[in-house]
Design a protein around this ligand. Sequence first.
Ligand code: FAD
Length: 338
Amino acid sequence: MRLPAFDYELPGNLDEALELLNTYGPNGKILAGGTDLLVRMKQGLALPTHLISLKALPELATIRESEVGLRIGAAVRLRDILTYPTLEDRVPGFFEAVSSIGAPSIQHFSGTIGGNLCQDNRCQFYNQSSFFRKARQPCNKAGGKTCYAWEGGSDKCYSVCQSDAAPVLMAMEAEVVVRSKQGERTMPLAELYSSVGERPLTLADDEMLTEIRVPNPGPGTGTAFEKLTYRSAIDYAVLSAGALVQTEGERITRARLVIGAVSRAPLGIPTAQNILQGRPPGDEEALDEAARAAANAAEAFIANNMAQPAEYRKQMVSVMAKRALSRALSRTGMTEAT
Ligand SMILES: Cc1cc2nc3c(=O)[nH]c(=O)nc-3n(C[C@H](O)[C@H](O)[C@H](O)COP(=O)(O)OP(=O)(O)OC[C@H]3O[C@@H](n4cnc5c(N)ncnc54)[C@H](O)[C@@H]3O)c2cc1C
């Protein structure tokens, strides 16, 4: 498969990049590491006329400390996150998520955290060659009127957000900074996702993610990420779960659970907080209850959008949710606070 023709733009500073995004609108695409975008272009799923590279923008490629946590530039490579001093001890769940992305080749050479959070949703009927897709009418995501992943068809797109970093960052209540020529806004990471399969991000065409703010977890807090895959590398998640749990004395005070790779956006399970708050850390029944709540919430979204059977994925949600919560809980005694 060959890449379609495009013009390569290499802005030398952020203002220039934002000007280019503003000029090209929907015809311009940000090129970070290219490990998601270039594959889609080869498959004819994205046909931008201009690629705006982030390669010459050092301001987006640094990790900085602030009083409240880490400020990670959107173009920071995954490798630089994994080798950042103390990150694994401070936020092991985030470290686990980044370690699980693709393979060392993607993490080391090109994949970025911004590209990971902004990658397009995937579906087994959509992420295919144009030869494969020509066998039937286009699906919703390809501009058609039905979804082949939903039995009997649907007017909604059931593609899946496959970002591994997103679930645990959402559980940690991370924020993102978004810039355009018009200005800057900061919002919870959860608000980056639209829950619309055809257009999964809430970013306008002229907007760019510039920074991810990862809060210090605080004393007595543990984080964890669980990912179910068939292989140990180069595999998108069949399912994933990100969790944060905080304890004080002998009680759970905060619990955040987000299920990944099941729906159009990472799926937050707010009932986990209601179920776990006030319960003792050793209360297995409470963890099972929260895990069942996750399975119930996820059920409505799981379709035949991946090669793995939907029924299997439905059954595995509570397993992955409980594993993530248990491991986060086991880490609440460790010093994650800075
Ligand atoms: C074989 C293979 C396996 C993979 N496995 C995984 C996996 O296990 N888990 C996983 O999560 N991902 C996986 N990926 C997807 C991808 O490699 C990673 O998510 C990677 O981190 C994407 O980063 P990138 O910099 O290469 O993104 P790019 O391809 O450069 O960009 C991805 C998308 O985000 C947009 N974008 C990039 N940066 C910004 C920004 N700052 N602001 C706004 N929009 C932006 C781009 O325009 C594009 O649409 C895999 C990819 C391949 C090819």
